[in-house]
Design a protein around this ligand. Structure first.
Ligand code: ZN
Length: 269
């Protein structure tokens, strides 16, 4: 089986230091987390920015730039910048950071309810972000919160706005989105074109079991405090610990871990 790519999503938009003191907030903390997670076995890092003062999600280009440049200098990780909209929904703000030309960026190809808000991604906005990624030579990670988002991505591919092979991240178990079950995972996997790569991001307590399914099924894994702040019931995690655990599980299951350069080959970067 193909070597396993581990994506670390260390920060996200929601958890704060009050929830878990290990959540990296400042650019320097995010860079240091990247260094530790690369050593532990991660090959990709999914990047969000925060306002260092109040820890809220940020769209500030300078913060993204500082994180991007630091990680590029200090690690060999594949840098994947989030274009997620929780920090601000306007296209201009979500697109500006793509001018840093990271190797990858996340793109959610549809709208979904989050537990207490609507995550709105209109067809025009999705198309505009996908075009920007194509212009800059950035590989999208297609964030799939529901099955319709796969079809939306295939439509973009059919219009030559995205190139094969596609890479998907199945976000499973978030309240409002697709439930984290094996049946749903099998269906998602069977709905993407042959030759695509895929990762699973299990939310909350779904993180470990969904990771194990992905390792078994030939997919790849995303872990990190963005998706789950606990290591086990009641015990807070660190990002590095979560990566190390996946390396252990994968080792027990007989699957090797991809280095960042091997991940580049798998993704066709
Ligand atoms: Zn994210």
């Amino acid at each position: 089986m193909e070597k396993l790519m581990i994506t670390i999503a260390p920060t996200g938009s929601i958890p704060t230091k009050k929830n878990n003191p290990h959540v990296p907030i400042s650019p320097d903390e995010i860079i240091q987390t990247g260094i530790l997670c690369e050593k532990a076995g991660a090959s990709i890092i999914h990047i969000h920015a925060r306002n260092p003062v109040d820890e809220t999600p940020s769209t500030d280009f300078q913060i993204f730039k500082e994180i991007y440049q630091g990680l590029k200098q200090e690690t060999n990780l594949i840098l994947q910048i989030s274009t997620g909209g929780r920090a601000g929904m306007e296209y201009e703000k979500r697109s500006e950071r793509l001018s840093l030309k990271p190797e990858m960026a996340s793109l959610t190809t549809g709208s979904v309810n989050f537990p207490s808000s609507v995550y709105a991604n209109s067809p025009d906005l999705i198309c505009a972000l996908a075009k920007d990624m194509k212009t800059y030579g950035i590989k999208p990670e297609i964030e799939v919160f529901d099955t319709s988002m796969i079809q939306n991505a295939l439509d973009l591919e059919g219009q030559d706005i995205m190139n094969q092979p596609l890479h998907f991240d199945f976000v499973m178990g978030l309240k409002g989105a697709i439930p984290a079950t094996i049946e749903n995972l099998v269906h998602l996997k069977n709905s993407i074109p042959i030759g695509s790569t895929w990762t699973v991001a299990g939310i909350g307590a779904n993180q470990l079991p969904m990771s194990a399914h992905a390792i078994n099924m030939g997919g790849h894994v995303r872990v990190g405090l963005e998706d789950c702040i606990y290591f086990s019931k009641g015990k807070l995690a660190s990002n590095e610990q979560l990566v190390k655990r996946i390396v252990q599980v994968s080792d027990i299951m007989g699957r090797q871990i991809a280095t960042p350069d091997e991940a580049r080959q798998i993704l066709g970067l």
